[in-house]
Write a protein that binds this ligand. Structure first.
Ligand SMILES: *[C@@H]1O[C@H](CO)[C@@H](O)[C@H](O)[C@H]1NC(C)=O
Ligand SMILES: *[C@@H]1O[C@H](CO)[C@@H](O)[C@H](O)[C@H]1NC(C)=O
Ligand SMILES: *[C@@H]1O[C@H](CO)[C@@H](O)[C@H](O)[C@H]1NC(C)=O
Ligand SMILES: *[C@@H]1O[C@H](CO)[C@@H](O)[C@H](O)[C@H]1NC(C)=O
Ligand SMILES: *[C@@H]1O[C@H](CO)[C@@H](O)[C@H](O)[C@H]1NC(C)=O
Length: 335
């Protein structure tokens, strides 16, 4: 009797605390530990709940600190433009944006959690441009991966560009899409991007994707404890002097290339614009804690100077990455 009551209580506790045991859903990485201050979003400001696209758009405008709880589906007639000092959080099982995605441009200190961002045609799900201190956490990104729709019908799922810096992308579920996450959108923007684009990607789940998991130019990305399943052509691509530190990740299924620093943008990335591929100079990569590359290729043409992350973080043991990531990512997990 006693034992069964304890079991029941333990079961109920497991239901309310969504973070898988031994892991922590708080902010970690460049979005937290950086020279300009941790990302706090709307902390200290007003708290509002919105249920219509108009109310959502006006709640996230301006630079005044605000926490915006979003409830339901938001069929946006234009992109959602987010000002500085905002936390935007989907309620319960997650909010949805449809039709248009989210732009975080010329802003600082933005948190976006628990949003489904699906089928955004001809543009990115999220674009982070010329912005600093951003945390993109526990979202789900989805469209289609197929030869019929190709790479350009949808654009990126989460692209981070134009001198953006000090960002963490954690516990997101990226699936069914061609080009997932681009960092630095042109090799001619070297002067804008060089030495910026410090981004931590941890505990994300990528499944049934073509390329860019992520693809980075000119910056520094710490990529740890992510799960890649059927990332068909090329997952991590570090090019144009970009540096990655890659550790504790798991690659499975039909995943041709797990990691490469060879500069060539492969034809599969942009067959419509570069059928022969697009040569760029190489990037750099260092390996930290052991990865499980499965049967996927790794082509590190040069090692860089980014061999240690300049902050504290806790690695999930490699043999637990798959189950922890699958349990922890995406919508409805914030409790
Ligand atoms: C909000 O963001 C701006 C940057 O756009 C910053 O200068 C300002 O100090 C912040 N405001 C508050 C009240 O925190
Ligand atoms: C969203 O809005 C568009 C028009 O902007 C409309 O065509 C579409 O049916 C709407 N979708 C939903 C799910 O309401
Ligand atoms: C960002 O700021 C620049 C310079 O003020 C402006 O030209 C540009 O339109 C802004 N971008 C967005 C997306 O608001
Ligand atoms: C970047 O954003 C800042 C505001 O944070 C703005 O002053 C600046 O003009 C923007 N630069 C560009 C190139 O858009
Ligand atoms: C690996 O990189 C080298 C350049 O160092 C390149 O010649 C080779 O084609 C690359 N291999 C693959 C599979 O991309």
């Amino acid at each position: 009797m006693k034992v069964s009551l304890l079991n029941t209580l333990a079961y109920m506790a497991a239901l309310v605390t969504a973070a898988p045991s031994g892991c922590d859903f708080s902010l970690v990485g460049f979005g937290k530990d950086n020279p300009i201050g941790a990302t706090t979003g709307g902390k200290g400001g007003r708290i509002v709940t919105v249920t219509t696209p108009e109310a959502l758009a006006s709640a996230v405008e301006g630079n005044e600190p605000r926490t915006v709880y979003a409830k339901g589906t938001f069929n946006l007639t234009s992109r959602l433009r987010v000002g500085s000092n905002k936390s935007i959080i989907g309620v319960g099982k997650g909010a949805e944006v449809r039709q248009n995605g989210v732009t975080i441009a010329n802003s600082t200190n933005v948190i976006l959690r628990n949003f489904g961002i699906r089928f955004i045609v001809d543009n990115d799900g999220i674009t982070v441009q010329n912005s600093t201190r951003v945390w993109i956490d526990h979202n789900e990104f989805e469209s289609e991966f197929s030869q019929e729709v190709g790479p350009d019908y949808y654009d990126g799922q989460c692209d981070i560009v134009r001198g953006s810096d000090w960002i963490t992308v954690s516990w997101n579920y990226f699936h069914n899409h061609w080009k997932s996450s681009l960092i630095g959108n042109s090799d001619v923007l070297r002067d804008v991007d060089f030495g910026k684009l410090h981004i931590t990607y941890h505990h994300n789940y990528w499944r049934n994707i073509g390329t860019r998991g992520p693809a980075g130019r000119f910056g520094h990305q710490h990529i740890y404890n992510n799960l890649y399943v059927d990332f068909h052509y090329q997952a991590i691509h570090s090019r144009s002097d970009n540096q990655v530190l890659v550790e504790g990740n798991v690659f499975k299924g039909d995943t041709r290339t797990a990691l490469t620093t060879y500069g060539l943008v492969i034809p599969e990335d942009s067959p419509n614009t570069s059928p022969e591929g697009d040569p760029e100079i190489d990037g750099f990569a260092n390996l930290g804690a052991k990865n499980d590359f499965g049967n996927s290729d790794v082509n590190i043409t040069q090692k860089g100077t980014f061999y240690k992350a300049p902050y504290r973080y806790k690695l999930t043991p490699l043999d637990r990455v798959e189950s922890i990531v699958k349990q922890g990512v995406g919508l409805g997990n914030l409790g």
